[in-house]
Ligand binder design. Structure first.
Ligand code: OSB
Ligand code: MG
Length: 369
């Protein structure tokens, strides 16, 4: 196929509740939606970059610039024989992994629609139902966090991840653990600590947590190795891993025992699969992370997470956990066994509601070859 045109939408969706992490608070989710047209079909992609450079250096603005001025021109012109050629097309370019991933997602959607096959089939997913959990932002008090946890438990989630930050950690996690002794409980620090804070982690280590996600800085693999050597609880890396090579190096160093694979963070689904494969070969458990995606990105993540290496429940919650109104249908619902069905239709298996998309669009631009 040959891509005939592309369209960028900057959208803003109101989150049902503010999502606070160690790097800031999001009340609205701003992101970039990309569509690609070829042969009368439309492929949709979502770029997980945020309004501000909090989780990573990428923003909606940088992604817009990089897509319009470099990545989309690299896509136009030549025939695309498969989405697998995409990383090759960007060989001369560095970084901007979330912008890369958005194009790859739209190519998979388009390719699947063209071939009449689901992305789950194309990426060789195996399961019909994907085990999932929920990630809860920092709350104003420990009691409020406990209430949030309990409301998600009654909604049917069986694995809960709490965001932590200096000053909002051991006391809160301990309260939740005291009330729910058997709960699969994880924490995520989003890189907010240093090795000087080892006592915090030694205290958390007493609370039977499933894992401690990204305690230290993104570029501190040696620090993670030293911390992991002090703890029984597995350290899980998120921000530190951008590709299969870094995953392999982190494992060789014993900097972690689990990896959160976020397709957006590693530049797309091909790299995500490569990390899953290398971890599976080494019997390292992985799970699929999330970036509060709309139904578009969530559909793609579910397909990926149906692969056999994703042995831990992902941060892929039901649609009603995120937004009052989504831009894609059908909505994803939680099954009673804390799983979500992987989509089955051609491509990503979701329809974008163009009326809703328009309603939430702040800016748009058509990009032609
Ligand atoms: O660190 O996993 C993270 C959301 C935005 C940025 C970073 C993270 C997250 C989440 C949310 O934890 C996961 C989800 O999409 O439900
Ligand atoms: Mg994380």
């Amino acid at each position: 196929m040959r891509i005939e045109r592309a369209h960028l939408h900057r959208i803003r969706l109101r989150l049902k509740a503010p999502f606070r992490t160690s790097f800031g608070e999001e009340r609205d989710r701003e992101c970039l939606i990309l569509s690609l047209k070829a042969e009368g079909l439309t492929g949709w992609g979502e770029c997980a970059a945020t309004a501000e450079p909090g989780y990573s250096y990428e923003t909606v603005g940088t992604a817009w610039h990089i897509l319009r001025d470099f990545f989309l021109p690299a896509l136009f012109g030549a025939e695309i024989h498969s989405p697998e050629v995409w990383p090759e097309r960007l060989r001369g370019y560095r970084g901007h992994l979330m912008a890369r991933a958005a194009v790859e997602m739209a190519l998979w959607d388009l390719w699947g629609k063209l071939e009449g096959r689901s992305f789950r089939e194309l990426i060789e997913g195996e399961r019909q139902r994907v085990p999932v959990g929920v990630s809860i932002g920092i709350q104003e008090s420990p009691e409020r966090m406990l209430e949030m946890v309990e409301s998600f438990l009654s909604a049917g989630y069986r694995r809960v991840k709490l965001k932590i930050a200096p000053g909002a950690d051991v006391q809160i996690v301990r309260l939740v653990r005291e009330r729910h002794s058997d709960l699969a409980l994880w924490v995520d620090a989003n890189a907010a600590y240093t090795l000087e804070d080892r006592k915090v982690f030694q205290a958390l280590d007493q609370l039977s947590l499933g894992l401690i996600e990204q305690p230290l800085a993104e570029d501190d693999l040696l620090g993670h190795r030293d911390l992991q050597s002090l703890l029984q609880t597995p350290v899980c890396l998120d921000e530190s891993v951008h590709n299969a090579r870094e995953a392999s190096q982190a494992l060789a160093l014993n900097a972690c025992r689990v990896i959160n694979i976020k397709p957006a963070r590693v530049g797309g689904y091909l790299e995500a699969r490569a990390i899953e494969q290398l971890c599976r070969a080494r019997q390292v458990p992985v799970w699929c992370g999330g970036m509060l995606e709309t139904g578009i990105g969530r559909a793609a993540n579910l397909a990926l997470a149906s692969r056999p290496g994703f042995v831990l429940p992902g941060d892929i919650s039901a649609s009603d956990r995120y937004y009052a109104e989504d831009i894609a249908q059908p909505l994803f619902e939680l099954n009673p066994d804390s799983t979500i069905d992987a989509p089955k239709g051609p491509g990503l298996g979701v329809e974008v509601d163009e009326v809703a998309l328009k309603k939430f669009t702040l800016a748009e631009e058509q990009i032609l070859p």
